[in-house]
Design a binder for this molecule. Structure first.
Ligand code: UD1
Length: 421
């Protein structure tokens, strides 16, 4: 197992590029199952989660080649319509092979993904949407077993207790593109990654309108064809790099950070006093003129503040004098990073879905343990700002979703490197 070692206290400086979006590429790869022709996906980050999806598609019988940021997928002949527990349980996003398998073959068996460290994470909305299209669904031995004589377009309300669901919207959209007639998904997720998937499906011949709004209309077509597609940059990686610069009072240009995808994050950073300007093809963070101010943040579905940035912004608030309250409305238990940040000298108190952060003057380096993907990123940010040496262990979590994060931070001058534990 690897760990990251950080000698904190360096102000980051320079330019760095954002990789392709993990949360866009995973469903897009699954969508390649909808055609027997070849698809070529570009700007694909080399991540553990992407490699897991490659393994899942290969286990179904698809042919894939992944090199130099490009994936070729050909799913002409599948030998198997069942996605195994061993693979699905390692990555929740693999559940989105269900929609395309059902859409094209009218049959699928996919392991239930189970919960994870950030919460229970049910799939009721996925199943509700697929049932509305006419699928018969049984749960057998931990698997979702589904079949449909035909899929018919339907009006589907996909709102849940915590709002819209990204992967449920993806799954239902992928099944509906090959259904008979028109489907309207209400309370659809509006995330840029959902828009990217819809744009990809349209390039394959689907007829989808309204992506990026809560109401998506899908006119079913008889078949889809192969295509080339370029993935959007990763807004969460972009946001994490912006925060790395802000927490070290640096001066950096983040190429591929799109203002339109980060409005809620930028709004809070501006309110706090971080200086960020829209520059050519990216965002520039400048050294702050005065101390940052604490801000209150609530995570919400897009375009609200992303839950995937909650841990990282908490690292920034933990060194911002004053009190900030961070409320988690998507995954009320997503606070594993609190105890680790406190080990570095932060003063954070958890109260149900709220974290009350009392900003301190500085953090001190410590050995800490990553618990999930975004929590790991928060610990890296804290390590960059802390005095002394921080060791972040269990960074396989980080490798699930950040491509060469330590190399990108090194490029900005950070003293960070990878070691074997
Ligand atoms: C996606 C992202 C993940 C991000 C999350 C929320 C991918 C691969 N992952 O995950 O990084 O943290 O969106 O922005 O894109 N829910 C239900 N029933 C369901 C499905 C979800 O109640 O059937 C709830 C969840 O428990 C959660 C909320 O809805 O409280 C949002 O979850 P959802 O958008 O589905 O998350 P994912 O798509 O799994």
């Amino acid at each position: 197992m690897d760990k990251l070692v950080i000698e904190g206290g360096v102000s980051l400086k320079g330019a760095v590029s954002v990789s392709g979006a993990k949360n866009a590429v995973l469903p897009l790869l699954a969508a390649c199952l909808l055609t027997n022709e070849r698809c070529r996906i570009k700007n694909v980050p080399n991540l553990r989660d992407v490699n897991t999806m490659v393994k899942i598609l290969r286990s179904l019988g698809a042919c894939l080649e992944f090199s130099n940021g490009e994936v070729m997928v050909e799913a002409a002949k599948l030998r198997n319509l069942a996605a195994d527990y061993k693979l699905v349980s390692t990555m929740r996003a693999s559940f989105c092979v269900l929609g395309p398998l059902l859409g094209r073959f009218r049959k699928a068996k996919v392991s239930l993904p189970g919960g994870c460290i950030i919460g229970v994470r049910p799939v009721d909305l996925h199943l509700k949407g697929l049932r509305a299209l006419g699928a018969k669904i049984d749960i057998q031995g931990g698997y979702v077993v589904t079949e449909a004589r035909e899929l018919r377009g339907a009006g589907i309300y996909l709102g849940g207790v915590f709002g819209s669901s990204v992967l449920a919207t993806d799954n239902v959209m992928m099944a509906a593109v090959l259904a008979k007639g028109k489907t309207v998904i209400e309370s659809a997720a509006c995330e840029p990654e959902v828009v990217d998937l819809a744009n990809f499906l349209n390039k394959m011949g689907a007829k989808i309108r309204g992506q990026g709004t809560p109401s998506i209309e899908i006119e079913g077509v008889r078949h889809l064809h192969g295509t080339d597609y370029q993935i959007i940059p990763d807004r969460i990686e972009a946001g994490t790099l912006l925060l790395a610069c802000a927490i070290t009072k640096g001066d950096c240009f983040i190429k591929g950070a799109f203002k339109e995808h980060l409005s809620a994050v930028l709004d809070k950073l501006w309110e706090s006093g971080v200086r960020i300007e829209d520059a050519d093809g990216g965002l520039r963070v400048a050294r702050p003129r005065k101390n940052l101010k604490p801000v209150n943040i609530t995570t919400l579905p897009y375009p609200g503040f992303p839950t995937d940035m909650q841990a990282q912004v908490m690292a920034l608030m933990s060194v911002t004098p004053g009190i900030s309250v961070i409320t988690e409305k998507i995954y009320p238990d997503r606070f594993m990073h609190v105890a680790e940040l406190n080990r570095m000298g932060a003063r954070i108190m958890r109260e149900g879905p709220h974290a009350i952060v009392q900003g301190v003057r500085g953090l001190s380096g410590a050995p800490v343990m990553a618990s999930d993907l975004r929590a790991s990123a928060a610990l890296v940010l804290a390590g960059l700002a802390a005095k002394g040496r921080t060791e972040v262990s269990r960074i396989y979590h980080l490798d699930r979703g950040y491509e060469n994060l330590e190399l990108k931070l090194q490029k900005l001058g950070a003293r960070i490197w990878r070691e074997k534990e």
